[in-house]
Design a binder for this molecule. Structure first.
Ligand SMILES: Nc1nc2c(ncn2[C@@H]2O[C@H](COP(=O)(O)OP(=O)(O)OP(=O)(O)O)[C@@H](O)[C@H]2O)c(=O)[nH]1
Ligand SMILES: [Mg+2]
Length: 304
């Protein structure tokens, strides 16, 4: 990692916002060239704001991954929406990610309105994602439709998944940032601790491996986290669910489902921590926690 800082060094906080499932976290991981944020095919994967820090001799960009913006229906959604909005308030530049493979919908229009209310005080980049899924005709029709929602000179079509256009997008961000200091050490890539990342990786597996509404009612907390004498990292974590039936489904016949989740999560955590891991998982039912503000906070979802 480069240590020197060059004259004219640029820096700033960049909020990455958009509807759920448009590819914000995939983009962040692409910028980082490593997995920082969890990604699943299901909407509402990201729940908290997570920093992803890109440091070069001439700039430091502090990306803020945020939960997808949507109409809140539960207390948890309210927390997620507040998190996205407060990230916007903290931003020196904004990347508005849209899924350009589909025409804009009501959610995109609401976000465009929100962003226009910022009154041009911060540069906004319209990042039209998923161009790998688009026909030539869609490219014309969809990009025009998104640009009409929020006229900005800074826009591009790209694919977070395939990586095309990512470098141009990064350059657009650098161009939009003011001169400023380096806020974080050059080797720091995120603000989450390893134990929080581990909880996220467990939740990612729950989201990937379970269907219907079950994943949305789960939360994960790491209760125990210690290095044992034999060099193995011991992690004891609880998966919270909203109903007894969900608990039974997560555990599965003779515990097979839970074992599958545990094995996959352990591999992910080992890769992230670069260490052998022993993972113990428990399941607890907290009825309707997503609707209860205090319970939501106890799960670790509190405005910070
Ligand atoms: N085909 C295609 N799929 C993509 C692209 N970018 C992201 N995806 C997929 O879209 C899904 C959602 O990606 P995420 O990165 O989790 O989206 P997000 O915006 O962070 O979603 P939330 O956290 O739920 O708000 C995943 O299945 C990704 O693999 C892309 O450029 N092309
Ligand atoms: Mg996300």
């Amino acid at each position: 990692m480069e240590e020197e800082i060059v004259a004219g060094h640029k820096s700033g906080y960049v909020a990455v916002v958009g509807r759920p499932n448009v590819g914000k976290s995939t983009l962040i991981n692409g910028f980082m060239e490593q997995k920082i944020a969890i990604v699943t095919p299901k909407p509402q994967t990201t729940r908290i704001r997570q920093l992803a820090i890109v440091t070069r001799p001439s700039y430091q960009i502090v990306f803020m991954d945020t939960p997808g913006m949507m109409k809140p229906r539960q207390k948890l959604d309210e927390f997620m929406m507040d998190t996205a909005l407060s990230s916007l308030a903290d931003a020196e530049a904004v990347i508005w990610v849209v899924d350009a493979s589909v025409m804009p919908g009501a959610g995109d229009r609401a976000i465009a309105k929100q962003l226009s209310q910022m009154g041009g005080t911060v540069p906004i980049i319209l990042a039209m994602n998923k161009n790998d899924l688009m026909s030539a005709l869609q490219v014309v029709q969809h990009t025009e439709a998104y640009q009409a929602l929020l006229p900005t000179p800074r826009w591009l079509l790209f694919s977070a998944l395939k990586g095309n256009g990512r470098d141009e997008l990064l350059q657009m961000v650098v161009d939009a940032l003011p001169e400023g200091p380096r806020y974080y050490p050059a080797d720091q890539v995120t603000d989450l601790y390893v134990r929080d990342l581990a909880a996220e990786l467990i939740r990612e597996q729950v989201m990937l491996q379970l269907r219907d509404e079950i994943p949305y009612g789960t939360a994960v907390q790491v209760e125990e986290y210690k290095e044992r004498d034999n060099g193995i990292l011991y992690i004891g974590a609880t998966i919270f669910v909203e109903r007894d039936t969900h608990k039974r489904i997560i555990i599965g016949k003779k515990g097979t489902q839970l074992r599958r989740i545990g094995q996959a999560a352990r591999k992910q955590v080992e890769e992230m921590a670069d260490q052998k891991v022993y993972l113990d998982l428990w399941i607890k039912v907290v009825s309707k926690w997503r609707q209860d503000e205090r319970a939501v906070r106890r799960m670790g979802y509190k405005a910070g």
